[in-house]
Design a protein around this ligand. Sequence first.
Ligand SMILES: Nc1ncnc2c1ncn2[C@@H]1O[C@H](COP(=O)(O)OP(=O)(O)O)[C@@H](O)[C@H]1O
Ligand SMILES: [Mg+2]
Length: 467
Amino acid sequence: MTATTTTQQKRVVQDSKGSVYELGAEMSRGGQGIVYQTQYPLVLIKGFTNKDEQARQRWPRHIAWLIRQDLSDLKLARPLVLLAEPRCGYVMELMDGLVPLQSLLESFIQAEGEMLADYLRQGGLRRRIRILSQLARTLNQLHARGMLYGDLSPSNIFVSDDPAHAETWLIDCDNISLEAHSGLTLHTADYGAPEVVRGEALLSSLTDCWSFAVIAYLLLTHNHPFKGELVSDGEPEEEEAALRGEHPWIYDQQDDANQCFANLPIQLIEHSRLPALFSRCFEQGRYHACERPSMAEWLEALTEIDERICDCANCGCSTLLSAELASVNEVSCFFCDEPADQRLVLFEEFIDWPQQGDGQAMEPDTLMATGRKVWLQPGGKLELKRLMPSFSYDRWPADHVRIEYTEQGLGIHPLPQGKLHLQRGGAKKLLERYQGLKESLRGQHEEPYRIHIGELDEAHVIWQFRW
Ligand SMILES: Nc1ncnc2c1ncn2[C@@H]1O[C@H](COP(=O)(O)OP(=O)(O)O)[C@@H](O)[C@H]1O
Ligand SMILES: [Mg+2]
């Protein structure tokens, strides 16, 4: 039978373990491969179509190496099993309910007036920060294993279709490799690091960091960091020069030649470490890849923002509260100027160094502020996390305290393992079950509450708040 016959000829492939797949509709056809649906709704096949004989030998060996790596806890649509020879391809899971990040960037309405409604419809600042946090976490986990991702671009990042969620996964894992073994210069226009675009360097974790920073800036402001007025008003060659790293970025502190006044301003995130991280990446890091912030730094800065965002009761937009803020009296919405909800609760983190009791009179414990501040809004819930945000988003480590603010008041969940004490004044009470603090009793005491995590006679974390 030929391909033109009208009978339903099923094309069938087999994987190296003997499972059989019927190739269905083509989902996409790129330079290197074709992605097919199969008879299983959640299973896809990616075929490698490069005709170069050397590449066809190298590729399955690389994919086989990738399959052997333990990457199951990372949010990656990784190859699961190779197709049996002579086929060149692998089996992977469909990212169900997720869409390319590209679609979020493309659908952004640039019209004045509608821009804000659209920004909000797509989940505003909070969702963008959560998407970037998950992406940073996955890249950080790869980098920590000595691996790089490679061709990072918004079409290889898949996010929840539903704007109420921020699930974030990476697809196209073919280029994941050991840092020392990449041998690759593959990149997507707009997102490649300048040294790779110039043809002077191979992909590395530092080029991943560059691509991440470009995507983060684009997602937060809807501007490409190097496409300011110099590029938009200039000849097409200016854009190429900018992507080779020959022009300053939009907010360059030394050179404002490439400024930009369109879309969303960077001031939206000024009360965070992000502006400094962008400067370091796009200024010092433009020519010196080692100066670029690591994924761990991005992850920490993003986690911190998520803890300090509050949503406006009037317009629904999120505002980032300053870390120096001690009371919500002075705060209003970044977008509509509505004063912030006065019921916001501030949790401040301290380390408690217990005094060593040596028979002398006991001195009070030494409390050391860590500088971390977390805000909780009525109707919200939060997780008071450990200092380093390098844990997974989905797991609940045993020493992370869950708190919720309902109509009745504040609720503190006990720790499934480990100890939690609640203190006001001198008395420390062991929390063994859910503890509610009534809304009606709020504001009657001057003394703050303290939540102690762990053993009281060892150095431990305290979260202090007023109620
Ligand atoms: N796991 C997946 N789930 C859903 N769609 C996918 C998945 N893998 C690939 N695709 C779709 O196929 C397209 C091409 O796949 P990709 O692996 O990025 O190939 P290429 O190497 O050609 O860029 C993607 O842009 C996406 O639309
Ligand atoms: Mg791709």
